[in-house]
Design a protein around this ligand. Sequence first.
Ligand SMILES: C[S@@+](CC[C@H](N)C(=O)[O-])C[C@H]1O[C@@H](n2cnc3c(N)ncnc32)[C@H](O)[C@@H]1O
Length: 338
Amino acid sequence: MLSINPTYNTQYTSPINQNRQIRTIKPQNDTVQFKGRVGHEVIKNGKKNLTLIQETAFFREPDTLNWAIKYIQNKFAKNTKIRIIVGACSSGEEALSFKMLMKDRKTEILGFDAGENAIKKANKHIYQISRPKDKKNAEFAKEIGLSAYKDGYLSFSSRPLTGMHKKHQELFNKFFEEIETPEHKTSLITKFRNYLLEKMGRTPDIEVKSRTYKLKNPETLNCNFMVGNIEQMDKFTPKGKAHILSFRNAFYHIMNEDLEQFERTPLPDKELKPILDNIGKQANRVLEKDGLFILGEHEDKQGSNMKLLSEVLKNSGFTEAVENRNNYCNIWKKVKDL
Ligand SMILES: C[S@@+](CC[C@H](N)C(=O)[O-])C[C@H]1O[C@@H](n2cnc3c(N)ncnc32)[C@H](O)[C@@H]1O
């Protein structure tokens, strides 16, 4: 059973609030702060509270991104428009990664997320690239399997970059410009709390170095963000059928009881199956034939029932588009309308 680090649940400092007065500046010294953009949001779902974990990164799971983009560019080469829907887009990094990698003007992207704060952040077009401050913090981040700082190479690199990382960095610099990261003072209380957590053998907040970036031309990107729940996609997705529907690293929210407890309690199959059937049907309706439904590469480890989801997708007009990598297939192709 997966446990969630309780220390995420407090004092996340929103990059937006730190950057009320934005102006373009020359690259400058790194600012040390706690946690960078690993965040969470609690929303009401009926009588229940739902804790949404909004950790994300640019170019996350690049093999999946690259495979899907190559496939779409070949399969729909003659199309004048390519439509990509990124569900569970969090603060927008995934949608913008698709946009940067597609390298064309004909791609329209819609990002949606159940979290209002996440969408507010996405619509501000301001991002922080962070990396753990030092070796000790890097070890904490590794220990709890954080992915949020895996894009640190876009701004901080101590070693020569690999070919792929270099390409990402070039794309990132084309789309973003650095702006000032205000000095972030960590209060004595936070420092003391962190000290206690460490003494108690618990994972303290990760201390990170951050740099802040602003999207250069958001208005010309054809990339929109809105609040939306994948279970109600029919109500808000645009008319034209999409070529990609991505919903990565989020199914554990749907497949478990509320995540406020540190343990994830899976919903019984009987309760879960109709929810997944409903999502499968809507995914089918949203996509063009031969379009892709993309999942994360490690959904099973996050506490999702991938056996049941795979069965549902097979019965919802999808077939496996790539080989199983982690006991399930994470890229599905729509083969027929229902
Ligand atoms: C860990 S983040 C994943 C972000 C991004 N897809 C990635 O892979 O980096 C999970 C996101 O799923 C969103 N989410 C959870 N349940 C959702 C639902 N039913 N519909 C839309 N978004 C949802 C959360 O708000 C959160 O931002």
